[in-house]
Design a protein around this ligand. Structure first.
Ligand code: GLY
Length: 258
């Protein structure tokens, strides 16, 4: 049977205006506009051939639409994270209830903290940000849980942005897009590193789906440099969601299903 790619998503919470913020100043978020942007994102994933699951909004969890963060889903296992902020920890069980239909689960435990936004997968290597959300114990636990399946874990120091993937993205073919002031690019030695064009650091989070890369609207030189790599580039307006410190990867968790 042909493998299929699944994208789990969750509707924008009506309480998103109370989301966690680490580096951004709080701005009012227009929920309807944010929902329209999220809808367009889901439709884009569908057009790229993914099966998109839409979970309902969770009013008790303002950040719950960022479904990338509560788990690390690999072909063999889903590691349920102990998230870096208390207000989001309950999201992990909500997602675990869905993921258990697709993968065996492993759960991280105290003192570990980890957000999935800190995990950048490059084939069998997991680059993991040591960030405001993910601690050294979280990186060690992820390494222990995934080593039996042949993954190696490489820590990456992150500062000045929320997650590793706020400042670095996998764009395929041994290549990462990196904003070096936020992310220690030395950690990616052996890979090809493309620098985020000056002034476009908020566009460093891009989402690769097959040979197509989704880039947030407003970062034309980033789009151009990814086009030069041979990727098909699609831009999406996510400005309202970005007020919640969102990127393109964090609004879905994408994995293969047989
Ligand atoms: N607002 C996204 C997060 O802080 O986790």
């Amino acid at each position: 049977m042909q493998p299929m790619w699944m994208a789990i998503t969750r509707e924008v919470s009506p309480t998103i205006g109370r989301c966690e913020l680490t580096h951004f100043k709080r701005e009012a978020i227009d929920v309807e506009r944010a929902r329209a942007q999220h809808h367009a994102y889901r439709e884009c994933l569908r057009r790229l051939g993914l099966e998109v699951m839409e979970l309902p909004a969770e009013p008790d969890y303002p950040d719950a639409m960022f479904v990338e963060d509560p788990a690390v889903v690999l072909d063999e296992v889903a590691v349920i994270a102990r998230m870096g902020v208390e207000s989001r920890r309950g999201e992990a069980e909500l997602l675990a209830r869905v993921l258990k239909e697709y993968r065996p689960l492993q759960r991280m435990s105290e003192p570990a903290t980890l957000d999935g936004g800190d995990v950048l997968r490059a084939e069998r290597t997991l680059y993991v940000g040591l960030s405001a959300r993910t601690n050294a114990a979280g990186i060690r636990q992820l390494a222990a849980e995934t080593k039996p399946f042949g993954y190696r874990v490489r820590p990456v120091t992150v500062s000045g942005c929320l997650h590793l993937k706020s400042g670095a993205s996998w764009v395929g073919e041994e290549t990462v897009l990196v904003h070096r002031p936020w992310v220690d690019a030395e950690a990616f030695r052996g890979l090809r590193v493309i620098d985020v064009p000056e002034g476009e650091e908020q566009g460093a989070n891009v989402l690769l789906v097959g040979n197509t890369v989704l880039v947030a609207e407003g970062f034309p030189r980033t789009a151009e440099s990814l086009g030069k790599l041979g990727r098909e580039v699609r831009t999406l307006g996510i400005g309202e969601l970005m007020k919640a410190e969102a990127g393109l990867t964090c609004s879905s968790v994408i994995f293969r299903v047989e």
